[in-house]
Design a protein around this ligand. Structure first.
Ligand code: NDP
Length: 295
C-alpha cells in the first residue's frame, strides 16, 4: 500500500489565499488592517529565520507587520514593557514572542504579559487552560497543532471515535495537539520519554502525531496499516550528497512508513508550512474580533 501524501504546502497556500482575501475585505469595508507584531530576543539563527518568514508572509498577505529585535541580555522588565506597548497599540492584533527565550527570562511571565485577545500563538496560560477544559473555547489555538488537525481533516480521516496517539507532550506541540484531538472526540493516548512499549501503543492508532524531535524514530512496523500519520519533527541529518552536507527529516521513517500508512505528511512540506498559515489565520481572526465581526 502506498499512502496518500498530505501536501502541507498546498493546504497552507489555500488558507493563505483566503486570509489574503479576507484581509483585503476588512481593509476596504471596515478600514481595519490586521497587524502582527513580532518580538525576537537574541541571535538564535533558527529563531531569526522563523521570525523573518513570519514577517514576510504577513506583508505578502497585505497585513501590517511590525517587529523588534532585542539584545539577548535584555532585562525581563524591559521586555515586558515592549510587550505591553504592543498590547496597547490598536494597529497590532497579534503579538508573537519567538521562543525559546534566553534562560534568564521567565517564559511563563513573558507569555502571560501578552493580552489574551492578541495571543495569536495561543500560549497565554488562560488560552491554554481553556483549551485543556471541557466546554471552554480558547480565543486562539497554538499554530502547529492547529495545523496538524487541518491536515488530518484535509484527507477526510474521521477524528471522532478514532484512536489517536500523540508522541511528545511539549507545551507548544504535543500537549495542545492531544487536547485538540480530545475536543474532536478522539480517544487519545499521550506518549513521552518514559512511555513503555511505544511500538505496541502506536500500533493501535488510527491517527499518529509524532512530535519528539528524533530523526526517523517511528518505524513502519509500528504503524497500523491505513493509519493517518502527521510528522511534526524537523531534524537535520548528515547527507554528503547535499551541498550543505545535511538534509531535513521528520520523526517518522517516511520511506518505509508510506508503504504502511493510509496518509502521511512529508518533511519538509507537511506540517512546517501549516504553522505560518495558522498564525496568519489567527492574526486575521484577531482583527475580525477587534472589529466586532466575530466573537
Ligand atoms: P520538545 O523537545 O519540547 O519535546 C519533545 C517531546 O518528545 C517531549 O515530550 C519528550 O518527552 C518526548 N520524547 C523525547 N524522546 C522520546 C522518546 N524516545 N519516546 C517518546 N517520547 C519522547 O520538542 P517540541 O515539541 O518543541 O518539538 C518536537 C519536534 O517538532 C522537533 O523536531 C521540532 O523541531 C519540531 N517542531 C516543528 C514545528 C513545525 O512547524 N513543523 C513547530 C515546533 C516544533 P518528555 O516530556 O518525557 O521529555
Amino acid at each position: 500500500m502506498t499512502a496518500t501524501l498530505i501536501d502541507g504546502k498546498a493546504v497552507a497556500a489555500s488558507i493563505q489565499q483566503k486570509v489574503r482575501e479576507e484581509a483585503e475585505m476588512l481593509k476596504t469595508k471596515y478600514g481595519v488592517t490586521p497587524g502582527l507584531a513580532t518580538v525576537l530576543v537574541g541571535d538564535n539563527p533558527a529563531s531569526k529565520a522563523y521570525v523573518g518568514s513570519k514577517q514576510k508572509m504577513t506583508q505578502e498577505l497585505g497585513m501590517y507587520s511590525v517587529g523588534v529585535h532585542l539584545p539577548a541580555d535584555i532585562s525581563q522588565d524591559e521586555l515586558l514593557k515592549v510587550i505591553r506597548g504592543y498590547g496597547e497599540d490598536p494597529k497590532v492584533h497579534g503579538i508573537l514572542v519567538q521562543l525559546p527565550l534566553p534562560p534568564h527570562l521567565d517564559q511563563e511571565t513573558v507569555l502571560g504579559a501578552v493580552p489574551i485577545e492578541k495571543d495569536v500563538d495561543g500560549f497565554h496560560p488562560i488560552n491554554v487552560g481553556r483549551l485543556a477544559m471541557k466546554n471552554r473555547e480558547p480565543l486562539f489555538v497554538p499554530c502547529t497543532p492547529a495545523g496538524c488537525i487541518v491536515l488530518i481533516d484535509s484527507v477526510g480521516t474521521k477524528i471522532e471515535g478514532a484512536r489517536a496517539v500523540v508522541l511528545g507532550r511539549s507545551n507548544i506541540v504535543g500537549l495542545p495537539a492531544a487536547f485538540l484531538l480530545l475536543h474532536r472526540n478522539a480517544t487519545v493516548t499521550i506518549c513521552h520519554s518514559r512511555t513503555q512499549n511505544l511500538p505496541d501503543i502506536v500500533r493501535q492508532a488510527d491517527i499518529v502525531i509524532a512530535a519528539i524531535g528524533k530523526p526517523q524514530f517511528v518505524k513502519a512496523e509500528w504503524l497500523k496499516p491505513g493509519a493517518t500519520v502527521i510528522d511534526v519533527g524537523i531534524n537535520a541529518i548528515p547527507d554528503p550528497t547535499k551541498k550543505s552536507g545535511q538534509r531535513l527529516v521528520g520523526d517518522v521513517d517516511f520511506e518505509n512508513a508510506k508503504e504502511v500508512a493510509g496518509a502521511i505528511t512529508p518533511v519538509p512540506g507537511g506540517v512546517g508550512p501549516m504553522t505560518i498559515a495558522m498564525l496568519m489565520q489567527n492574526t486575521l481572526n484577531s482583527a475580525k474580533r477587534a472589529a466586532g465581526l466575530i466573537k
